[in-house]
Design a protein around this ligand. Structure first.
Ligand code: B12
Length: 211
């Protein structure tokens, strides 16, 4: 559909104003909030990543694209949340220490909210101690860790180990994700679950909350 192609173009070009306008137009044309995210915003960021790899894009272009994606998400996020079911559980989410990527984490947070979870978002560059404090003080049964850099993936293990050291590992289920993370890596570090997508994260969180 023309409007949503415009949305992808706007995100790839890093034009936040055009991304917001194309998002409104797509919604008005009946495109669902979920397909705006999964079929247009995520592929647009994949293309940005491809251009970065080819050195067509550098960090400034990535930042502009990230800003354009956020402009669209600001419109879509409340709609995703509004489509949710009954509250199911409480999730503490954050991007692990050393890592500043938050687009995927924000998508997962929005989808979890839309899926009926209460979400406590700690932001980026989150130290293990902060995950533990938030999970304890808010009595959260689920913790969701995001990492986008191979060099920050080990911080997921550090965080899981810190929960164990604090005697809380049995009280929380820990799920992990982010582009470089795999099911195998999740198993290796002792996570309770992994999903490669935001939609899959909701199904996973539901399974873990029910377990
Ligand atoms: C945008 C971007 C940035 C932006 C981030 C802006 C922001 N606010 O997030 C900026 C410009 C700041 C940035 C900086 C850097 N970046 Co960068 N960045 C990207 C880029 C292009 C897109 C990432 C993204 O948002 N993808 C879209 C989202 C929707 O996908 P996602 O995060 O994977 O999330 C999905 C799933 O993984 C999953 N998911 C995510 N989290 C979780 C959590 C759970 C619990 C679950 C279940 C699922 C889940 O669900 C999401 C939705 O489906 C990627 C390339 C790429 N294609 O991944 C590079 C990339 C991640 N960056 C990279 C690099 C190298 C850097 C820098 C080191 C560059 C530099 N020289 O400074 C810095 C690091 C800064 C830091 N300390 O973190 C590399 C990493 C390479 C590696 N192997 O480690 C990549 C892969 C680019 C590349 N091909 O080289 N980056």
């Amino acid at each position: 559909m023309a409007d949503t192609d415009e949305l992808q173009e706007a995100v790839i070009k890093g034009d936040a104003k055009a991304a917001a306008a194309a998002t409104q137009a797509a919604l008005a044309a009946g495109v669902t909030p979920l397909s705006i995210v999964t079929e247009h915003l995520v592929p647009a960021m994949d293309e940005v990543g491809r251009r970065f790899e080819c050195q067509d894009y550098f960090v400034p272009e990535m930042l502009l694209s990230a800003r354009a994606m956020k402009a669209s998400m600001e419109i879509v996020r409340p709609l995703l949340a509004a489509s949710g079911a009954e509250p199911i559980g409480r999730v503490v989410i954050g991007t692990v220490q050393g890592d500043l990527h938050d687009i995927g984490k924000n998508l997962v947070a929005s989808m979890l909210e839309g899926g009926g979870f209460e979400v406590i978002d700690l932001g980026v560059n989150v130290e293990p101690r902060r995950f533990i404090e938030a999970a304890s003080s808010r009595n959260a049964g689920l913790v969701a860790l995001s990492a986008l850099l191979t060099v920050t993936m080990p911080a997921m293990k550090t965080t899981i180990d810190a929960f164990a050291a604090a005697g809380l590992r049995e009280k929380v289920k820990i799920m992990v994700g982010g582009a470089p993370v795999t099911e195998q890596y999740a198993n290796t570090i002792g996570a309770d679950g992994y999903s490669e997508s935001a939609a899959g994260a909701v199904a996973l969180a539901r399974r873990l909350a029910a377990a």
